[in-house]
Design a protein around this ligand. Structure first.
Ligand code: PA5
Length: 445
């Protein structure tokens, strides 16, 4: 098993009896997911993606990735939210957050269209100067402002540089199978297209073409990633009981929430998991944060953040618990050298591997935070392989769906995201928003 839940450091905060008492709700919530009988059940296709993906498209993804690797120095991935976070999480988890700087035979990968900052976009454009470029625009709706603007800019740049014909070979589009302007436009232009599958919301889409194409370009083995997700599906979708780690994780976080622990901090001791944490925040935040309810999903990288937020966690308001992702087998070894002068007093560590220090930092912190009144769940992950990534993604996706139903919300919609868009469109002068614009301008005066 690539992923295992260890609840030993929760035992002082949640009694086995409390878990037993809530088990019927957790199991019933799992039933809603598995049987497709809960709210938003049109969006459950991700459950079976690891076994029912489109084989023809999968082969095309691998071929396109090879072509992209051969034809460009810089690959620009345009998308936001669910069309961005999982991809970046995978590349950093499996390869490195310093992927672009490390020696490799695959193109540099930059992300654009995940904000409307002119500086952020200009920086990527500057990086592209004098280089060969390919672009993958990912947008299910095709009309999301951030990626749509970035795509306009990059399309213009590619067409100027390579002409329309040349640009066609370098633009790859991932969007809805049938609907939307981007689909229509891509077909009229003759771009190679991939599909955001029906019934898969953005935040559940990393194991579809949304993530698979850019992840394959980064040189990761996407077959192994799907194999990991498939193994997780086998492990987690059969057992409805509390010894199913997905159900148990959902139940324990729900109990903690009901005890006033309203902040969940996802912690990793690997900076390579920072973007995985961002992906997880969207998954849980967008799935559960509605109807005035929900845990607030937060994240930290230790030991880095122990030197900034460690004080708060140890002694601040007792409203949080931590979920620690423990990578059992570090990808790299760094031996600590001996120093004859022992200026830092650390010669007792000479010859030891740095992963030993990381491990002891984790164990020491778990115990200290427990003593400070902070419950800790530990999600043990075998390693940073493609297989483990796929497994972990599936674990969190299923746990999140169960947890959402336990909270009594629809885990698959995101009505709240529309509020800022409506205001932004009105203020930008989008036709059809005139009255709303007037109302906003009054408030802004
Ligand atoms: O999870 C979601 O549904 C969102 O985060 C979307 O992925 C995000 O808003 C981007 O939407 P689109 O892919 O339509 O551009």
């Amino acid at each position: 098993m690539s992923v295992k839940l260890n609840d030993r450091y929760v035992q002082g905060f949640v009694a086995e009896d409390e878990i037993r008492k809530i088990s019927h709700i957790a199991e019933a919530s799992f039933g809603l997911v598995r049987n497709g009988t809960g709210a938003g059940s049109d969006f459950l296709r991700w459950l079976d993606l690891p076994v029912s993906y489109d084989r023809e498209e999968f082969t095309r993804i691998k071929k396109a990735a090879k072509r992209i690797q051969k034809n460009c120095d810089v690959f620009v991935v345009i998308g936001i939210g669910g069309s961005y976070l999982g991809t970046r999480a995978a590349i950093e988890f499996i390869r490195s957050p310093l992927y672009n700087n490390l020696p490799k035979e695959t193109p540099d990968i930059y992300f654009a269209g995940n904000s409307v900052s002119p500086s952020a976009l200009s920086d990527v454009l500057r990086i592209c100067e004098g280089k060969d470029i390919c672009v993958n625009v990912i947008s299910k709706s095709g009309t999301t402002t951030e990626p749509a603007v970035a795509f306009r800019v990059f399309r213009e740049m590619l067409e100027k540089k390579y002409g329309e014909e040349g640009a066609r070979e370098r633009i790859f589009v991932t969007t809805d199978r049938k609907k939307g302007k981007l689909r229509e436009f891509s077909e009229s232009k003759g771009y190679e297209t991939f599909v955001v599958p029906d019934g898969v919301g953005g935040r559940y889409s990393v194991l579809s073409a949304v993530g698979l194409l850019p992840i394959a370009v980064a040189g990761c083995d996407i077959s192994k990633m799907l194999a990991g997700a498939k193994a997780a599906r086998t492990a987690y979708t059969k057992k409805f009981s509390m010894d199913n780690d997905c159900v148990r994780y959902a139940a324990i976080r729900n109990i903690l929430y009901n005890k006033g622990k309203v902040i969940e901090v996802l912690v990793s001791y690997e900076p390579a998991l920072q973007m995985m944490c961002e992906w997880w925040k969207q998954l849980f935040g967008e799935s559960e944060g509605k109807d005035g309810k929900s845990l607030y999903p937060s994240s930290m990288i230790f030991s880095t953040d122990l030197h900034s937020l460690g004080q708060y966690i140890q002694d601040g308001m007792r409203t949080m618990f931590e979920t620690v992702i423990e990578i059992k087998n570090a990808s790299d070894k760094v031996k600590i050298p001996n120093d004859p002068e022992n200026i830092d007093g650390l010669n007792f560590l000479s010859g030891k591997d740095l992963s030993f220090v990381n491990d002891m930092a984790m164990k020491g912190t778990l115990l200290a935070h427990n003593d400070g009144g902070v419950a800790n769940l530990v999600v043990e992950v075998e390693d940073r392989s493609e297989y483990s990534f796929g497994y972990l993604v599936y674990f969190f996706e299923l746990a999140c769906a169960i947890s959402g139903y336990m909270m009594g919300v629809n885990p698959f919609d995101q009505p709240g995201v529309e509020a800022y868009k409506k205001n932004m469109y009105a203020l930008l002068g989008k036709p059809g928003y005139e009255d709303h614009r007037k109302a906003l301008n009054k408030k802004l005066k």
